[in-house]
Design a protein. Structure first.
Length: 366
């Protein structure tokens, strides 16, 4: 005799700079998903990011009403986490300290800080649960990986934690194993590229996918020869903001080919653009080198290499990458981004008692 799985309803909330994505799940089943867009002129009226809280919350309530969803039918609210101290991966209760840090944007000023605030406000109406799942600040790196050759400069953990962790969990489930029992290399291929070494449930080493570390990507420079970068900074041709943008928003394919869209690059290649092919192949080559490098923390004991993110849909990229790295282990392709599903599944694991919710503290469990 089998027991029917109890149904939990979870609303996931993922605020971005120009939109708020929401999705409602009954267990793993998606009920609806919406992308609530915000005009720049409207957002400009708010001095601080947290000032947008009533405006974005009202839009979510209107969307729920449109779908005839009563707030008291939702068991838990799961928000994207931003502005927090470094934490280990997992699902966190939104306690007072977490809410305080999200509200002031303790470590970053970004719309993602609103995720915890909105989830908390909606949950408290009917005394329901509120969580954040694998926030942007997830940091599980081994201490040895943090050291650089300049005193006071450290390797930091900034990567696609939410999606990397989600595909790792999904892969483990697909082979009837626990994520905590596997050694995986996860490659997120999007506007930024992150390559993470997952050892027994911890991302023990990963490139800083935002701030100029690792392979170059559609919008990011990746690692740059240091002296060349210094010379650019002091050439008088660039402001500090322009240099930061070259590294984080206008580098990579944007700088070299004028587009961040891999499909456009493929079209350029198909039309005979040899330089476009060289650049795209160079990006793939750098990703392959990174995969090789991140086999070291796992001492070559790799259960699978998972390719995820939007560009993992590109068959040419996948085939070329496989040619470089297939000797390291099995390659599993799980394209796309599943951030909303990841937010829901993190909450569901806690609601079902499969894992315990973590408490956000100043020590953050290290």
């Amino acid at each position: 005799m089998w027991l029917k799985l109890k149904k939990y309803r979870v609303l996931t909330i993922n605020p971005g700079s120009t939109s708020t994505k929401i999705a409602l799940f009954d267990n793993e089943e998606l009920i609806f998903k919406e992308n609530l867009t915000h005009e720049a002129e409207q957002l400009a009226k708010f001095k601080e990011t947290s000032d947008q809280l009533p405006y974005r919350t009202e839009m979510i309530m209107e969307a729920l009403a449109k779908h005839d969803i009563a707030l008291d039918t939702i068991d838990a609210f799961s928000g994207r986490g931003g502005g927090l101290l470094p934490v280990k991966g997992g699902t966190y209760n939104i306690n007072e300290l977490l809410l305080e840090h999200a509200t002031i944007g303790y470590t970053m000023k970004h719309a993602s800080t609103l995720g915890a605030q909105i989830a908390h406000n909606l949950a408290k109406v009917n005394n329901k649960k509120a969580f954040v799942v694998n926030p942007v600040s997830v940091d599980e790196k081994d201490e040895i990986t943090r050291i650089t050759g300049i005193k006071g400069v450290y390797n930091e953990s900034t990567f696609h934690a939410l999606n990397q962790k989600e595909v790792a969990y999904k892969y483990a489930k697909s082979i009837n194993r626990k994520y905590q029992d596997l050694n995986l290399i996860v490659v997120h291929l999007g506007g930024g590229i992150s390559v993470g070494a997952h050892r027994k449930g911890r991302v023990v080493d990963v490139n800083n996918a935002l701030n100029g570390d690792g392979p170059f990507a559609p919008t990011r420079s990746g690692s740059i020869p240091a002296i060349s970068l210094v010379e650019m900074c002091y050439s008088g041709k660039y402001t500090e903001k322009e240099m930061r943008d070259l590294i984080t928003k206008e580098g990579g394919l944007v700088s070299l080919l004028g587009t961040s869209d891999a499909r456009e690059v493929q079209e350029m290649i198909n039309n005979g653009d040899k330089f476009a092919k060289l650049v795209y192949d160079a990006m793939i080559y750098q990703v392959a080198k990174a995969v090789g490098a991140y086999s070291i923390p796992l001492r070559g004991q790799i259960d699978a290499i998972i390719l995820t993110g939007g560009i993992a849909n590109d068959k040419y990229l996948v085939k070329t990458l496989e040619g470089y790295i297939s000797f390291l282990g099995e390659i599993v392709v799980m394209p796309g981004e599943e951030e909303m599903e990841a937010l829901a599944n993190g909450a569901l694991r806690v609601l079902r008692g499969e894992e315990e919710a973590l408490e956000y503290t100043l020590n953050n469990n290290f």
